[in-house]
Design a protein around this ligand. Sequence first.
Ligand code: LMR
Length: 329
Amino acid sequence: MQLFKLAFLLVIGLCSAAYAAEPIVIKFSHVVATDTPKGKAAEHFKKLAEDYSQGQVKVEVYPNSQLYKDKEEMEALQIGAVQMLAPSLAKFGPLGVREFEVFDLPYIFENYEALHKVTQGQIGQDLLKKLGAKGILGLAFWDNGFKQMSANKPLRKPEDYKGVKMRIQSSKILDQQMRALNANPQVMAFSEVYQALQTGVVDGTENPVSNFFTQKMQEVQKFLILTNHGYLGYAVIVNKKFWDGLPAEVRTALNKAMAESTEFANSIAKQENDDALAQVKASGKTEIIELTPGEKAALKKAMIVVHDKQDRIPKELIESVQTVTDFKK
Ligand code: LMR
């Protein structure tokens, strides 16, 4: 009997040792630098998820397209090669969820406050639900910020964009936005942008300054034009099958970690972009252009036509966004 008891304890001991030695691994792939709003939020999530799950979960964060580029990471998530991503909202169109392109409409959000009425409200929740059909669960929206244009010429007036090759993310609305300026849009993975700018494959791009600075684009762009013409942010997504298969208590811990990381992400994003702008200025490599009120108005007039011209996003969705944000043209 004594022997049986001993053997039993040994088996329990071995099982719990094996359990402790083999946490559930969440591979979290993203394409930006660690020192950005998304990069920092991913690290924050890792820490909280590992703490709250008491070591049952290990989060491996792979920044800077180390594992996958934009398009590949979406595919990797769907086949379960990675478990978590936070792609830009402009990258869901190719997946067949065009509604996310509402975030790409130029000038649709006046500021972060207006944006949060959508991302933190019912419209945001409904958008995330649309991912279910693709085997994806949307957990949260994380902020980055408002985009600025950059190029090797000072793009002050809409006419200045004519024929300029502008790198864009894979959103048809962004394509239409650049075409509204008679620019020449080119879809390209984020990891390829620096080199494309350096070698002249493209002449310019658009991004929040945190992305511009951390990819060292100031080395290869003479002008950064403060246009604030559109928004770039993220949906944090997981492979639905993986998530549903987690033990309930682990999911609870992860949901808590995600809720807190979302607050964290959205509390640092603006400051991160302000700091990045100060650093670009300090680098002395790129001239920062502030547009006059007249130039701003002309740019807006030229781009906002996309709201009415586009045929990708349901009109009702645009109208509900405009209603909750109290949008004025
Ligand atoms: C881009 O491709 O420009 C951005 O979506 C990168 C990112 O994830 O912020």
